[in-house]
Design a protein around this ligand. Structure first.
Ligand code: CU
Length: 409
């Protein structure tokens, strides 16, 4: 009986669920035990583990003693695996030696079908429920001109993929219920219906091509697609990434960012500015860890990295570009909502826009956050007026001078 259950031959169409599972476990013993144990552990243990981590952190705060909670949870982990393995082994041995199969009367296909329905419909319900449950955690409305288009594209795509997602899954589960073995056995053979194939091909191609074209246009906007409108103010700033902070450079009165060269980086000259360039001498390097942007101006952000790959991510403005060592990148945006206005809209008086590093760039990656302040043009100018220029009369040092003359800049 055991052997036949393993074989899953055509003559044995009504296999028993449990012996079959046991046989499967027997063959794939360790893999299955690990997989099943892992799944069980992930489901039941995730919440408990979070709590354990909390406790461990609390304990670590109180004293730097050995992490007993952590060890305990590791033991529970191993024990869970052992219990799962032993339970299956036990059932398997009982079936093997007594020949008694407590589940002999089960209709395995029916059980499978019902399990599938439960898992499938349950999963579909959870997917729908979580969409609405976590909706308050979504980003607020886009605070940049191109961001509104990006959101529009996203919402447009979701408005027909979401109903399709639900429909396709309902159909899938209907098929499982309708055609489980024991009800309808034979499938109907259908010759290729060429007209139908062509019709479905075209029907699917149209939205896909439309999405692709809209995507190429909209997604390229932040990189090179934007021009200043008549009378619109333009601003250029530079954001430089390094392990583990952002540095921001604003142009001085001339409105232009000066030259830099990586070989000039050193000492006080953290951005490697070339102070023989007059445009660099009035550049501003604010000490405050925040970026100021004027509302409704076309802002060009020049992005570079001093060491490894970082990523400039401005989620509220739907703007994102990599900071690549040795490469000049730039991204453009028009902030449309000031910080004050957004705070009022969201009803959160302490809300702030944020710049984050979106690339795991090393141990203190989490440090790479910066407050972004969007304010009126006047407020922006007033803030700029308070910032100190990067160029100090003592600079460039003799060492920097020597480097400069070597470079023939
Ligand atoms: Cu980074």
């Amino acid at each position: 009986m055991w052997g036949r259950a393993l074989g899953a031959t055509a003559s044995q169409s009504r296999m028993k669920l449990l012996p079959y599972l046991c046989g499967y476990m027997e063959r794939m013993r360790w893999l299955s035990v690990l997989g099943l144990g892992g799944t069980v552990w992930a489901q039941i243990g995730a919440a408990a583990k979070a709590r354990a981590t909390e406790l461990a952190l609390e304990a670590a705060e109180k004293s730097a003693a050995f992490d007993w909670t952590g060890l305990l949870w590791k033991l529970v982990w191993i024990e869970t695996l052992l219990i799962v393995f032993l339970a299956f082994r036990l059932i398997q041995l009982v079936v093997q030696y007594t020949g008694y199969d407590p589940f002999a009367r089960w209709d395995r296909d029916k059980v499978n079908m019902r399990l599938w329905m439960a898992v499938g419909l349950g999963g579909l319900f959870l997917a729908l429920w979580s969409t609405f449950k976590y909706a308050p955690l979504y980003l607020p409305e886009a605070a940049s001109r191109h961001g509104v288009l990006i959101d529009g594209l996203r919402n447009g795509i979701i408005s027909f993929t979401y109903p399709a997602f639900i429909l396709v899954h309902l159909m899938l589960f209907y098929m499982i219920w309708r055609y489980y073995n024991g009800r309808v056995r034979a499938a109907v053979y259908q010759e290729t219906h060429h007209k139908l194939e062509w019709a479905s091909l075209i029907a699917i191609s149209i939205p896909v091509v439309a999405i692709a074209i809209a995507g190429i246009y909209i997604w390229s906007l932040p990189v090179h697609g934007q021009k200043p409108e008549a009378g619109q103010k333009t601003v250029e700033i530079e954001v430089v990434a390094e392990q583990f902070q952002w540095r921001v450079r604003y142009p001085g009165a001339d409105g232009k960012l000066g030259r830099y060269h990586y070989t000039l980086i050193g000492g006080e000259n953290v951005l490697g500015l070339d102070f023989t360039d007059p445009k660099a001498q009035d550049d501003l390097l604010p000490a405050a860890k925040e970026i100021h942007l004027p509302v409704n101006a076309l802002v060009t952000i020049h992005v570079r990295s001093k060491d490894v790959l970082h990523s400039l991510f401005l989620p509220h403005f739907r703007t994102h570009i990599y900071a690549v060592p040795g490469q000049k990148n730039q991204v453009m945006l028009v902030p449309t909502i000031t910080t004050k206005e957004m705070r009022r809209k969201l009803g959160k008086p302490d809300f702030d826009y944020e710049l984050a590093c979106n690339q795991l760039c090393g141990g203190a990656h989490y440090n790479m956050r910066m407050k972004v302040v969007v304010e009126s043009w006047e407020e922006y100018q007033a803030w700029l007026a308070q910032q100190k220029p990067a160029y100090q009369p003592a600079q460039p040092s003799t060492l920097t001078q020597a480097r400069l003359s070597n470079l023939n800049l």
